[in-house]
Design a protein around this ligand. Structure first.
Ligand code: NAP
Length: 279
């Protein structure tokens, strides 16, 4: 039976530490601004979780809710305002944006020094160079979780399924920077099951419920499930947890794995952005 990689527990530890650090500050608290465009139900839940946790920590938090029909111009002028606001140290644009908005155009407008999601080309470029400023929160949270359980990735074979800019690609770079041998798979990969079977560390970031089955995993592998898929009234991962956990050494649950770590890393990045401006 596998050991659970408990993201909920580690995220609480990180959040308590941040709370302590913030309580000691003698000046304005770190400020996080979240921009939510439209009324996607999942996005609304994520944004309220981020806002609630930021407030619990003693951070200053603003949520800007714009209608679904908001124009690029309106979003850009809000970002411009937040880029210049001394109260705000971190800016997050909640994804996905409505289809009439060019997402990368919006992300490029966020100041790289307030880009606590790490999606600006400047930050993705620095990550690729091995000198990151802000690392995208989900892959950063995964690396922290592996570290917490003393899982050394150096020399290991890692397979990342999914090549999005927010998860798969930065994940592969982080693993590579810590000397894993990395394979990135995607929807056009041939023999995906065989590729996954070679993994000492398997990261599933696909967005397909229960896609990774028992037959995909090597005995004793470490499996990280990034997927958050809504099935009726519950959230399930990309990994078929019940059958896979019998075979592997470590596995993340969904929920309670990577989700809470992502929020903790967002707040950690916001605190880092604050400290950077204070220097
Ligand atoms: N826990 C968290 O905090 C958190 C954060 C972010 C995302 N997520 C979840 O993680 C999942 C992935 O998110 P994302 O934003 O990276 O998704 P995304 O942008 O839709 O990317 C999905 C990736 O999976 C690949 N893929 C899809 N179907 C596949 C298949 N049948 N075989 C192999 N590869 C396949 C796609 O390949 P192509 O590139 O070839 O299309 C793509 O690269 C989602 O469930 C999302 O909700 C969770």
């Amino acid at each position: 039976m596998a050991t659970l990689l408990d993201g909920k527990k580690l995220s609480q530890k990180i959040i308590s530490q941040l709370k302590e650090d913030i309580q000691k500050l003698k000046k304005l608290p770190p400020g996080l601004a979240v921009i939510l465009v439209g009324d996607n139900p999942a996005s609304k839940i994520y944004v309220s979780k981020k806002e609630k946790t930021a407030k619990e920590l003693g951070m200053y938090s603003e949520v800007h809710r714009l209608p679904r029909a908001a124009s690029e111009k309106e979003i850009l002028s809000l970002i411009q305002f937040l880029n210049e606001s001394p109260k705000i140290h971190g800016i997050l644009v909640q994804m996905p944006l409505p289809p009439h908005i060019q997402t990368q155009f919006i992300l490029n407008a966020v100041s790289p020094h307030k880009d606590v999601d790490g999606f600006h080309p400047f930050n993705l470029g620095r990550l690729m160079m091995g000198d990151p400023l802000f690392i995208p929160c989900t892959p950063q949270g995964i690396m922290e979780l592996l570290k917490e359980y003393h899982i050394d990735v150096a020399g290991k074979k890692a397979v990342v399924v999914g090549r999005s800019l927010i998860v798969g690609k930065p994940m592969a770079h982080l693993l590579l920077s810590q000397n894993a041998t990395v394979t990135i798979c995607h929807s056009k990969t041939k023999n995906l099951e065989e590729e996954c079977q070679t993994a000492d560390i398997l990261i599933a970031a696909i967005g397909q419920p229960h896609f990774i089955k028992n037959s995909f995993v090597k005995k004793g592998a470490v499996v990280v499930d990034v997927g958050m898929n809504r099935l009726k009234d519950k959230i399930v991962g990309d990994v078929d947890f019940d059958t896979v956990q019998e075979k592997v050494s470590y596995i993340t649950p969904v929920p309670g794995g990577i989700g809470p770590m992502t929020i903790a890393m967002l707040l950690k990045n916001t605190y880092k952005a604050f400290l950077n401006t204070a220097l």
